[in-house]
Design a protein around this ligand. Structure first.
Ligand code: F0G
Length: 463
Protein backbone atom coordinates (compact mmCIF):
# COMPACT_ATOMS: atom_id res chain seq x y z
CA UNK A 1 0.00 0.00 0.00
CA UNK A 2 1.26 3.46 -0.86
CA UNK A 3 2.13 5.57 2.16
CA UNK A 4 -0.43 8.31 2.75
CA UNK A 5 0.61 11.95 2.82
CA UNK A 6 -0.43 15.12 4.52
CA UNK A 7 0.18 18.80 3.93
CA UNK A 8 3.30 20.17 5.67
CA UNK A 9 1.30 23.11 7.05
CA UNK A 10 -1.94 23.85 8.87
CA UNK A 11 -4.67 26.44 8.34
CA UNK A 12 -4.46 29.75 10.18
CA UNK A 13 -7.06 31.77 8.29
CA UNK A 14 -10.16 30.79 6.33
CA UNK A 15 -12.27 32.37 3.60
CA UNK A 16 -15.97 31.46 3.49
CA UNK A 17 -17.58 29.93 0.41
CA UNK A 18 -21.12 30.85 -0.52
CA UNK A 19 -23.05 27.61 -1.00
CA UNK A 20 -25.34 28.28 -3.94
CA UNK A 21 -28.35 26.38 -5.25
CA UNK A 22 -28.73 24.86 -8.69
CA UNK A 23 -31.45 27.39 -9.51
CA UNK A 24 -29.15 30.30 -8.63
CA UNK A 25 -26.37 28.87 -10.80
CA UNK A 26 -28.77 28.35 -13.71
CA UNK A 27 -29.67 32.04 -13.56
CA UNK A 28 -26.05 33.22 -13.11
CA UNK A 29 -24.63 31.21 -15.98
CA UNK A 30 -27.40 32.41 -18.28
CA UNK A 31 -26.59 35.99 -17.35
CA UNK A 32 -22.88 35.20 -17.86
CA UNK A 33 -23.76 34.18 -21.45
CA UNK A 34 -22.54 30.66 -20.70
CA UNK A 35 -19.01 31.98 -20.34
CA UNK A 36 -17.44 30.91 -17.04
CA UNK A 37 -15.01 33.86 -17.16
CA UNK A 38 -18.03 36.14 -16.70
CA UNK A 39 -19.03 34.64 -13.36
CA UNK A 40 -18.43 36.59 -10.16
CA UNK A 41 -16.24 34.74 -7.67
CA UNK A 42 -19.03 34.30 -5.08
CA UNK A 43 -21.03 32.49 -7.75
CA UNK A 44 -18.38 29.74 -7.81
CA UNK A 45 -18.00 27.27 -4.96
CA UNK A 46 -14.81 25.46 -5.99
CA UNK A 47 -12.75 27.47 -8.43
CA UNK A 48 -10.48 25.36 -10.63
CA UNK A 49 -10.31 27.93 -13.44
CA UNK A 50 -6.57 28.29 -12.95
CA UNK A 51 -3.68 27.53 -10.63
CA UNK A 52 -2.18 30.91 -11.56
CA UNK A 53 -2.00 33.53 -8.84
CA UNK A 54 -4.68 31.69 -6.87
CA UNK A 55 -2.46 29.98 -4.28
CA UNK A 56 -2.36 30.66 -0.55
CA UNK A 57 0.75 32.30 0.91
CA UNK A 58 2.38 31.08 4.09
CA UNK A 59 2.70 33.09 7.30
CA UNK A 60 6.44 33.40 6.45
CA UNK A 61 5.51 35.06 3.16
CA UNK A 62 3.07 37.44 4.83
CA UNK A 63 5.73 38.30 7.39
CA UNK A 64 8.19 39.02 4.55
CA UNK A 65 5.62 41.34 2.99
CA UNK A 66 5.85 43.60 6.05
CA UNK A 67 9.58 44.09 5.53
CA UNK A 68 9.38 44.89 1.80
CA UNK A 69 11.65 47.73 0.64
CA UNK A 70 9.75 50.03 -1.73
CA UNK A 71 12.75 52.11 -2.82
CA UNK A 72 12.52 52.94 -6.51
CA UNK A 73 16.16 52.01 -7.05
CA UNK A 74 18.47 49.72 -5.12
CA UNK A 75 15.75 48.02 -3.08
CA UNK A 76 17.00 45.40 -0.65
CA UNK A 77 14.01 43.23 -1.62
CA UNK A 78 15.47 43.12 -5.13
CA UNK A 79 18.91 42.15 -3.82
CA UNK A 80 17.37 39.45 -1.70
CA UNK A 81 15.34 38.07 -4.61
CA UNK A 82 18.41 38.16 -6.84
CA UNK A 83 20.30 36.05 -4.32
CA UNK A 84 17.40 33.60 -4.02
CA UNK A 85 17.04 33.23 -7.79
CA UNK A 86 20.78 32.67 -8.12
CA UNK A 87 20.67 30.05 -5.37
CA UNK A 88 17.64 28.19 -6.75
CA UNK A 89 18.20 28.47 -10.53
CA UNK A 90 21.87 29.28 -10.90
CA UNK A 91 21.21 32.31 -13.12
CA UNK A 92 23.42 35.26 -12.21
CA UNK A 93 21.31 37.95 -13.83
CA UNK A 94 17.60 38.57 -13.51
CA UNK A 95 14.92 41.12 -14.27
CA UNK A 96 11.64 41.29 -12.36
CA UNK A 97 8.41 41.60 -14.40
CA UNK A 98 4.78 41.86 -13.42
CA UNK A 99 3.94 38.34 -14.64
CA UNK A 100 5.04 35.58 -17.01
CA UNK A 101 3.79 37.04 -20.27
CA UNK A 102 5.60 40.29 -19.47
CA UNK A 103 8.83 38.32 -19.15
CA UNK A 104 8.12 36.86 -22.60
CA UNK A 105 7.40 40.31 -23.99
CA UNK A 106 10.69 41.75 -22.75
CA UNK A 107 12.86 38.77 -23.72
CA UNK A 108 11.31 38.37 -27.16
CA UNK A 109 11.67 42.10 -27.82
CA UNK A 110 15.41 41.46 -27.75
CA UNK A 111 15.59 38.09 -29.44
CA UNK A 112 12.62 37.41 -31.75
CA UNK A 113 12.15 39.11 -35.12
CA UNK A 114 9.90 38.71 -38.13
CA UNK A 115 10.42 35.44 -40.01
CA UNK A 116 12.09 33.68 -37.06
CA UNK A 117 11.31 30.17 -35.88
CA UNK A 118 11.04 29.23 -32.21
CA UNK A 119 10.87 25.46 -31.71
CA UNK A 120 9.85 23.84 -28.44
CA UNK A 121 7.42 21.48 -26.70
CA UNK A 122 3.84 22.81 -27.15
CA UNK A 123 4.34 26.50 -26.24
CA UNK A 124 1.85 28.07 -23.85
CA UNK A 125 -0.73 30.43 -25.48
CA UNK A 126 0.89 33.67 -24.33
CA UNK A 127 4.33 32.43 -25.42
CA UNK A 128 2.96 31.55 -28.82
CA UNK A 129 1.05 34.83 -28.91
CA UNK A 130 4.19 36.87 -28.26
CA UNK A 131 6.08 34.92 -30.93
CA UNK A 132 3.31 35.28 -33.55
CA UNK A 133 2.79 38.93 -32.67
CA UNK A 134 6.37 39.45 -33.92
CA UNK A 135 5.51 37.59 -37.14
CA UNK A 136 7.67 34.67 -36.10
CA UNK A 137 6.59 31.03 -35.87
CA UNK A 138 6.35 28.72 -32.85
CA UNK A 139 7.03 25.15 -34.00
CA UNK A 140 5.74 22.36 -31.81
CA UNK A 141 8.26 19.51 -31.62
CA UNK A 142 6.50 17.56 -28.83
CA UNK A 143 6.78 13.78 -28.78
CA UNK A 144 3.78 12.07 -30.42
CA UNK A 145 2.78 10.55 -27.06
CA UNK A 146 1.86 14.07 -25.89
CA UNK A 147 -1.34 13.84 -27.94
CA UNK A 148 -2.26 10.27 -27.02
CA UNK A 149 -4.65 10.69 -24.10
CA UNK A 150 -4.37 7.13 -22.79
CA UNK A 151 -0.62 6.73 -23.19
CA UNK A 152 1.07 6.36 -19.81
CA UNK A 153 4.37 7.70 -21.14
CA UNK A 154 5.91 9.37 -18.06
CA UNK A 155 7.43 12.41 -19.81
CA UNK A 156 4.87 13.64 -22.31
CA UNK A 157 6.42 17.11 -22.08
CA UNK A 158 9.50 15.85 -23.94
CA UNK A 159 10.61 17.14 -27.30
CA UNK A 160 11.01 14.67 -30.16
CA UNK A 161 14.72 15.09 -30.86
CA UNK A 162 14.40 14.11 -34.51
CA UNK A 163 11.68 16.74 -35.09
CA UNK A 164 13.82 19.36 -33.35
CA UNK A 165 17.01 18.47 -35.19
CA UNK A 166 15.20 18.68 -38.53
CA UNK A 167 14.22 22.29 -37.77
CA UNK A 168 17.70 23.15 -36.54
CA UNK A 169 19.31 21.55 -39.58
CA UNK A 170 17.01 23.07 -42.19
CA UNK A 171 17.17 26.66 -40.97
CA UNK A 172 20.09 29.00 -40.38
CA UNK A 173 20.79 29.62 -36.69
CA UNK A 174 20.29 33.34 -37.34
CA UNK A 175 16.57 32.53 -37.85
CA UNK A 176 16.24 30.51 -34.64
CA UNK A 177 16.66 32.87 -31.70
CA UNK A 178 16.04 30.10 -29.16
CA UNK A 179 14.48 26.79 -28.33
CA UNK A 180 11.87 27.05 -25.55
CA UNK A 181 11.16 24.17 -23.21
CA UNK A 182 8.06 24.60 -21.04
CA UNK A 183 8.38 22.83 -17.67
CA UNK A 184 5.88 21.29 -17.01
CA UNK A 185 4.08 21.50 -20.33
CA UNK A 186 0.71 23.07 -19.55
CA UNK A 187 -0.70 22.79 -23.06
CA UNK A 188 -0.41 19.02 -23.23
CA UNK A 189 -1.73 18.40 -19.72
CA UNK A 190 0.79 19.61 -17.14
CA UNK A 191 3.21 16.94 -18.33
CA UNK A 192 6.88 16.90 -17.31
CA UNK A 193 10.10 16.95 -19.34
CA UNK A 194 12.74 14.41 -18.32
CA UNK A 195 16.26 15.43 -17.39
CA UNK A 196 17.55 13.17 -20.12
CA UNK A 197 15.46 15.02 -22.71
CA UNK A 198 16.45 18.42 -21.40
CA UNK A 199 20.11 17.40 -21.56
CA UNK A 200 19.72 16.14 -25.13
CA UNK A 201 17.82 19.27 -26.24
CA UNK A 202 20.52 21.45 -24.71
CA UNK A 203 23.20 19.44 -26.49
CA UNK A 204 21.38 19.77 -29.83
CA UNK A 205 20.77 23.49 -29.40
CA UNK A 206 24.42 24.05 -28.58
CA UNK A 207 25.53 21.95 -31.56
CA UNK A 208 23.58 24.26 -33.86
CA UNK A 209 24.54 27.46 -32.06
CA UNK A 210 21.04 28.18 -30.72
CA UNK A 211 20.12 29.31 -27.18
CA UNK A 212 17.88 27.23 -24.94
CA UNK A 213 15.38 29.00 -22.68
CA UNK A 214 13.11 27.40 -20.12
CA UNK A 215 9.56 28.58 -19.43
CA UNK A 216 9.77 27.69 -15.76
CA UNK A 217 6.24 28.52 -14.54
CA UNK A 218 5.93 25.02 -12.98
CA UNK A 219 9.62 24.10 -12.68
CA UNK A 220 9.31 22.71 -9.15
CA UNK A 221 6.51 20.32 -10.14
CA UNK A 222 8.70 19.23 -13.06
CA UNK A 223 11.55 18.51 -10.63
CA UNK A 224 9.21 16.39 -8.52
CA UNK A 225 8.32 14.24 -11.52
CA UNK A 226 11.99 13.80 -12.42
CA UNK A 227 12.66 12.65 -8.89
CA UNK A 228 9.76 10.22 -8.80
CA UNK A 229 9.83 8.93 -12.39
CA UNK A 230 13.35 9.15 -13.78
CA UNK A 231 15.82 6.42 -12.84
CA UNK A 232 18.83 7.76 -10.99
CA UNK A 233 17.08 10.72 -9.35
CA UNK A 234 15.12 8.88 -6.62
CA UNK A 235 17.35 10.26 -3.88
CA UNK A 236 18.52 13.52 -5.44
CA UNK A 237 17.44 16.57 -3.40
CA UNK A 238 14.80 18.67 -5.23
CA UNK A 239 17.04 21.76 -5.25
CA UNK A 240 19.84 19.78 -6.93
CA UNK A 241 17.40 18.58 -9.60
CA UNK A 242 16.23 22.15 -10.15
CA UNK A 243 19.82 23.41 -10.46
CA UNK A 244 20.64 20.68 -12.96
CA UNK A 245 17.49 21.46 -15.03
CA UNK A 246 18.30 25.15 -15.30
CA UNK A 247 21.98 24.32 -15.77
CA UNK A 248 21.16 23.14 -19.29
CA UNK A 249 19.58 26.46 -20.27
CA UNK A 250 20.84 29.91 -21.20
CA UNK A 251 17.99 31.58 -19.39
CA UNK A 252 14.38 31.35 -18.29
CA UNK A 253 11.08 33.14 -18.22
CA UNK A 254 8.98 32.74 -15.12
CA UNK A 255 5.38 33.25 -14.15
CA UNK A 256 5.83 33.47 -10.38
CA UNK A 257 2.07 33.03 -10.00
CA UNK A 258 2.56 29.28 -10.19
CA UNK A 259 5.60 27.72 -8.53
CA UNK A 260 6.67 31.06 -7.08
CA UNK A 261 3.71 30.66 -4.69
CA UNK A 262 2.71 34.31 -5.02
CA UNK A 263 -0.39 36.01 -6.41
CA UNK A 264 1.38 38.20 -8.96
CA UNK A 265 4.86 38.49 -10.44
CA UNK A 266 7.35 37.11 -12.89
CA UNK A 267 10.97 37.35 -13.92
CA UNK A 268 13.57 36.60 -16.56
CA UNK A 269 16.78 34.79 -15.67
CA UNK A 270 19.93 35.15 -17.80
CA UNK A 271 23.32 33.51 -17.87
CA UNK A 272 24.86 36.12 -20.19
CA UNK A 273 25.47 39.61 -18.95
CA UNK A 274 25.24 41.06 -22.44
CA UNK A 275 21.76 39.68 -23.07
CA UNK A 276 20.65 40.89 -19.65
CA UNK A 277 21.87 44.38 -20.57
CA UNK A 278 19.97 44.37 -23.85
CA UNK A 279 16.79 43.21 -22.14
CA UNK A 280 17.15 45.84 -19.42
CA UNK A 281 16.21 48.62 -21.83
CA UNK A 282 12.94 46.90 -22.73
CA UNK A 283 12.25 46.07 -19.10
CA UNK A 284 12.58 49.73 -18.18
CA UNK A 285 10.26 50.69 -21.04
CA UNK A 286 7.57 48.06 -20.48
CA UNK A 287 7.81 47.03 -16.83
CA UNK A 288 9.77 49.37 -14.60
CA UNK A 289 13.28 50.12 -13.39
CA UNK A 290 15.76 47.21 -13.12
CA UNK A 291 15.38 46.76 -9.38
CA UNK A 292 11.60 46.40 -9.29
CA UNK A 293 10.37 45.66 -12.83
CA UNK A 294 6.66 45.13 -12.46
CA UNK A 295 6.76 44.24 -8.80
CA UNK A 296 6.36 45.91 -5.42
CA UNK A 297 9.26 45.37 -3.02
CA UNK A 298 6.97 43.47 -0.64
CA UNK A 299 5.92 41.12 -3.42
CA UNK A 300 9.56 40.43 -4.29
CA UNK A 301 10.08 39.50 -0.64
CA UNK A 302 7.12 37.11 -0.69
CA UNK A 303 8.50 35.55 -3.87
CA UNK A 304 11.91 34.95 -2.30
CA UNK A 305 10.21 32.92 0.41
CA UNK A 306 7.80 31.23 -2.03
CA UNK A 307 10.59 29.95 -4.28
CA UNK A 308 12.19 28.28 -1.28
CA UNK A 309 8.92 26.77 -0.06
CA UNK A 310 7.94 25.35 -3.44
CA UNK A 311 11.24 23.54 -3.84
CA UNK A 312 10.86 21.31 -0.80
CA UNK A 313 10.02 17.65 -1.04
CA UNK A 314 7.24 17.79 1.55
CA UNK A 315 5.40 20.61 -0.20
CA UNK A 316 5.75 19.02 -3.65
CA UNK A 317 4.58 15.62 -2.48
CA UNK A 318 1.38 17.02 -0.95
CA UNK A 319 0.81 19.24 -3.98
CA UNK A 320 1.19 16.65 -6.72
CA UNK A 321 -0.52 13.90 -4.78
CA UNK A 322 -3.59 16.05 -4.22
CA UNK A 323 -3.87 16.63 -7.98
CA UNK A 324 -3.32 12.90 -8.59
CA UNK A 325 -6.00 12.10 -5.99
CA UNK A 326 -8.49 14.19 -7.95
CA UNK A 327 -7.45 12.35 -11.12
CA UNK A 328 -7.81 8.99 -9.42
CA UNK A 329 -11.27 9.76 -7.99
CA UNK A 330 -12.52 10.92 -11.39
CA UNK A 331 -10.99 7.93 -13.21
CA UNK A 332 -12.57 5.50 -10.79
CA UNK A 333 -15.98 6.51 -12.14
CA UNK A 334 -14.78 5.56 -15.62
CA UNK A 335 -14.54 9.18 -16.73
CA UNK A 336 -11.81 9.66 -19.37
CA UNK A 337 -8.96 11.99 -18.36
CA UNK A 338 -5.50 12.67 -19.78
CA UNK A 339 -2.95 10.29 -18.31
CA UNK A 340 -0.62 10.40 -16.49
CA UNK A 341 -2.22 12.97 -14.18
CA UNK A 342 -0.67 16.42 -14.63
CA UNK A 343 1.27 18.33 -12.02
CA UNK A 344 -1.20 21.17 -11.63
CA UNK A 345 -4.42 19.99 -13.23
CA UNK A 346 -6.61 17.15 -14.41
CA UNK A 347 -7.83 17.35 -18.00
CA UNK A 348 -11.18 15.66 -18.74
CA UNK A 349 -11.62 14.36 -22.29
CA UNK A 350 -14.82 16.05 -23.46
CA UNK A 351 -14.97 14.22 -26.79
CA UNK A 352 -15.44 10.89 -25.06
CA UNK A 353 -17.51 12.35 -22.22
CA UNK A 354 -20.08 13.96 -24.54
CA UNK A 355 -19.88 11.99 -27.80
CA UNK A 356 -23.33 13.18 -28.92
CA UNK A 357 -22.41 16.86 -28.89
CA UNK A 358 -20.99 17.85 -32.30
CA UNK A 359 -17.58 19.54 -32.25
CA UNK A 360 -19.17 22.64 -33.80
CA UNK A 361 -21.22 22.92 -30.59
CA UNK A 362 -18.15 22.97 -28.31
CA UNK A 363 -18.38 19.80 -26.19
CA UNK A 364 -15.71 20.91 -23.68
CA UNK A 365 -17.44 24.25 -23.05
CA UNK A 366 -20.74 22.37 -22.72
CA UNK A 367 -19.20 20.01 -20.17
CA UNK A 368 -17.64 22.90 -18.24
CA UNK A 369 -21.06 24.58 -18.01
CA UNK A 370 -22.76 21.34 -16.94
CA UNK A 371 -20.18 20.79 -14.20
CA UNK A 372 -20.74 24.33 -12.96
CA UNK A 373 -24.52 23.84 -12.91
CA UNK A 374 -24.20 20.51 -11.15
CA UNK A 375 -21.68 21.36 -8.46
CA UNK A 376 -20.70 25.03 -8.63
CA UNK A 377 -17.23 23.98 -9.84
CA UNK A 378 -15.51 26.21 -12.39
CA UNK A 379 -13.04 24.60 -14.80
CA UNK A 380 -11.89 25.94 -18.14
CA UNK A 381 -12.42 24.83 -21.71
CA UNK A 382 -9.21 23.92 -23.52
CA UNK A 383 -10.54 23.15 -26.95
CA UNK A 384 -12.05 24.69 -30.07
CA UNK A 385 -13.24 27.87 -28.35
CA UNK A 386 -9.77 28.59 -27.03
CA UNK A 387 -8.18 27.59 -30.36
CA UNK A 388 -9.87 30.54 -32.12
CA UNK A 389 -10.62 30.69 -35.85
CA UNK A 390 -8.02 30.15 -38.54
CA UNK A 391 -6.61 33.64 -39.26
CA UNK A 392 -6.94 33.12 -43.01
CA UNK A 393 -10.08 31.02 -43.62
CA UNK A 394 -11.87 32.31 -40.47
CA UNK A 395 -13.15 28.76 -39.92
CA UNK A 396 -13.21 27.25 -36.44
CA UNK A 397 -10.06 25.29 -35.62
CA UNK A 398 -10.54 21.91 -33.96
CA UNK A 399 -7.43 20.93 -32.00
CA UNK A 400 -6.49 17.30 -31.31
CA UNK A 401 -7.45 17.65 -27.65
CA UNK A 402 -10.85 18.97 -26.51
CA UNK A 403 -10.74 19.00 -22.72
CA UNK A 404 -11.99 20.65 -19.56
CA UNK A 405 -9.03 21.58 -17.38
CA UNK A 406 -9.52 21.36 -13.64
CA UNK A 407 -6.53 23.33 -12.31
CA UNK A 408 -5.88 23.03 -8.60
CA UNK A 409 -4.74 26.18 -6.77
CA UNK A 410 -1.78 25.62 -4.45
CA UNK A 411 -2.45 25.14 -0.70
CA UNK A 412 -6.07 26.32 -1.05
CA UNK A 413 -8.50 23.40 -1.18
CA UNK A 414 -8.73 20.23 0.89
CA UNK A 415 -9.05 16.69 -0.38
CA UNK A 416 -12.76 16.96 0.52
CA UNK A 417 -13.11 19.73 -2.02
CA UNK A 418 -11.48 17.41 -4.56
CA UNK A 419 -13.98 14.70 -3.66
CA UNK A 420 -16.87 17.10 -4.23
CA UNK A 421 -15.45 17.98 -7.65
CA UNK A 422 -15.17 14.30 -8.62
CA UNK A 423 -18.71 13.60 -7.37
CA UNK A 424 -20.10 16.57 -9.28
CA UNK A 425 -18.48 15.31 -12.43
CA UNK A 426 -19.90 11.84 -11.78
CA UNK A 427 -23.43 13.29 -11.59
CA UNK A 428 -22.95 14.82 -15.03
CA UNK A 429 -21.40 11.56 -16.29
CA UNK A 430 -24.50 9.61 -15.18
CA UNK A 431 -26.77 11.81 -17.29
CA UNK A 432 -24.36 12.28 -20.21
CA UNK A 433 -26.62 10.50 -22.69
CA UNK A 434 -29.27 13.18 -22.18
CA UNK A 435 -26.81 15.92 -23.19
CA UNK A 436 -27.15 15.94 -26.96
CA UNK A 437 -26.68 19.59 -27.77
CA UNK A 438 -24.00 22.10 -26.97
CA UNK A 439 -23.49 25.81 -27.40
CA UNK A 440 -23.65 28.31 -30.20
CA UNK A 441 -21.61 31.54 -30.33
CA UNK A 442 -23.58 34.78 -30.54
CA UNK A 443 -20.66 37.19 -30.08
CA UNK A 444 -16.90 36.73 -30.27
CA UNK A 445 -13.65 38.70 -30.47
CA UNK A 446 -11.29 38.13 -33.44
CA UNK A 447 -8.55 36.62 -31.21
CA UNK A 448 -8.45 35.17 -27.69
CA UNK A 449 -12.21 34.86 -28.01
CA UNK A 450 -12.76 32.43 -25.13
CA UNK A 451 -12.28 35.17 -22.54
CA UNK A 452 -15.20 37.27 -23.73
CA UNK A 453 -17.27 34.98 -25.95
CA UNK A 454 -21.06 35.01 -25.53
CA UNK A 455 -22.96 31.78 -26.10
CA UNK A 456 -26.46 30.34 -26.07
CA UNK A 457 -27.52 26.75 -25.60
CA UNK A 458 -28.48 24.84 -28.72
CA UNK A 459 -31.84 23.34 -27.95
CA UNK A 460 -32.56 21.40 -31.11
CA UNK A 461 -30.68 20.42 -34.23
CA UNK A 462 -29.50 23.59 -35.91
CA UNK A 463 -30.37 23.75 -39.60
N1 F0G B 1 3.85 29.96 -19.35
C1 F0G B 1 3.03 28.98 -18.91
C2 F0G B 1 3.45 27.56 -19.04
C3 F0G B 1 1.79 29.31 -18.35
O1 F0G B 1 0.98 28.33 -17.93
C4 F0G B 1 1.43 30.67 -18.23
C5 F0G B 1 0.14 31.06 -17.64
C6 F0G B 1 2.33 31.65 -18.69
C7 F0G B 1 3.53 31.25 -19.25
C8 F0G B 1 1.99 33.12 -18.62
O2 F0G B 1 2.15 33.56 -17.34
O3 F0G B 1 -0.15 34.29 -16.63
O4 F0G B 1 1.90 35.03 -15.40
O5 F0G B 1 1.41 35.93 -17.64
N2 F0G B 1 -0.79 30.25 -17.40
C9 F0G B 1 -2.07 30.53 -16.74
C10 F0G B 1 -2.95 29.31 -16.81
C11 F0G B 1 -2.75 31.76 -17.19
O6 F0G B 1 -4.12 29.41 -16.36
O7 F0G B 1 -2.52 28.26 -17.26
P1 F0G B 1 1.26 34.78 -16.72
Amino acid sequence: MERSYFEPYKTKMTEPLYLSSGAEREEWIRRAKYNLFNLRSHQVMIDLLTDSGTGAMSDRQWAAIMTGDESYAGSSSYEHLKETIREITGFDYFLPTHQGRAAENVLFSVLVKSGDIVPGNSHFDTTKGHIEFRKARAVDCSVDEAFEIDSDFPFKGNVDLAKLEKILKENPSSKIPMVIMTLTCNTTGGQPVSMENLRAVSHLARKYGVRLFIDGARFAENAWFIRTREPGYEKTPVRDIVREMFGYADGMTMSSKKDGLVNIGGFIGFREEELFRLATTFNIMFEGFITYGGMAGRDMNALSVGLKESTTLEYLEARTRQVALLGEMISQYGIPVIRPYGGHAIFVDALRFLPHVPREEFPAQTLAVELYLEAGVRGVEIGALMADRDPVTRKNRFPALETVRLAVPRRVYSDNHMRAVAEGLKQVWDRRDTIRHGMRIVREAPILRHFTVELVRVTKKEP
